[in-house]
Design a protein around this ligand. Structure first.
Ligand code: ADE
Length: 232
């Protein structure tokens, strides 16, 4: 999968993309991530990418041109003749991101993530360039960079070969609209607090059964909305 990110703050991505599982996924060639500075696509001689809103009001609005120019440049460079590229805008107005959406996006061949700022982006970008709008929750951040990183992280770990054990994504939280069961590791007795006996029994059917029950119990208690979604 190829992911291109359009941002005015490319430096924000270094730490997240340069560590751990996402770093290894790139090294192994399972995902190619390009962080692209939007400013060089501005026609303004100072690289300005925003302006005052027509009709007045507070703050600044991001100009349409740099986004159109940058997306065209990426499409030309990747020879996107079959129009396989999906353009995704990170915005609080988008559909709320969840595991189902992460799974859907992990099937894309190529995606361009657009990070907005200030009071927003000129509406023509959304109308004519964007295929999908995503929000990471009902709160407002200073820009789309952190949401873009959350999307990249959750999508990359679903790509085949990224996680060592392919069962890692089976049975994890949200995989069947359930939260995951509790996990324990050594020591079996930590200062008197003991690991549930069943996990030490070696009886795999019993363990499976216990874990499913725990998942249901935790989900019912903490996220009853997920249980409702399972039955509807
Ligand atoms: N930009 C600012 N806040 C956001 C959010 N919650 N989700 C996606 N993009 C955003």
């Amino acid at each position: 999968m190829q992911i291109d990110v359009l941002t005015i703050f490319p430096g924000m991505f270094n730490a997240v993309l340069g560590e751990s599982i996402i770093k290894n996924a790139q090294k192994k060639g399972l995902v190619k991530i390009n962080i692209i500075d939007l400013r060089p696509f501005s026609k303004d001689k100072h690289g300005k990418v925003d302006d005052k809103p027509f009709g007045g009001g507070p703050g600044m609005v991001m100009n349409p041109e740099p986004f159109f120019e940058a997306v065209n440049y990426i499409r030309r460079k990747t020879k996107d003749r079959r129009w396989k590229t999906r353009v995704v805008l990170l915005t609080p107005k988008g559909a709320t991101f969840n595991q189902k959406l992460a799974r859907e996006i992990s099937k894309y061949e190529h995606m361009i993530l657009i990070c907005g700022h200030y009071e927003g982006i000129d509406e023509r970008v959304r109308e004519h360039l964007v295929d999908k709008e995503i929000s990471i929750g009902d709160y407002v951040l200073t820009g789309g960079e952190i949401p873009a990183m959350a999307v990249i992280d959750s999508v990359t770990r679903l790509l085949p070969g990224v996680l060592g054990n392919k069962d890692s994504v089976v049975g994890e939280s949200f995989s069947e609209n359930l939260l995951s069961h509790p996990q324990y590791t050594r020591p079996a007795d930590y200062k008197g607090t003991k690991v549930p006996e069943v996990l030490l029994s070696g009886d795999h059917d019993k363990i499976k059964d216990w874990r499913k029950k725990q998942s249901l119990k935790t989900t019912k208690k903490k996220r009853p909305d997920l249980i409702k979604r399972r039955s509807s």
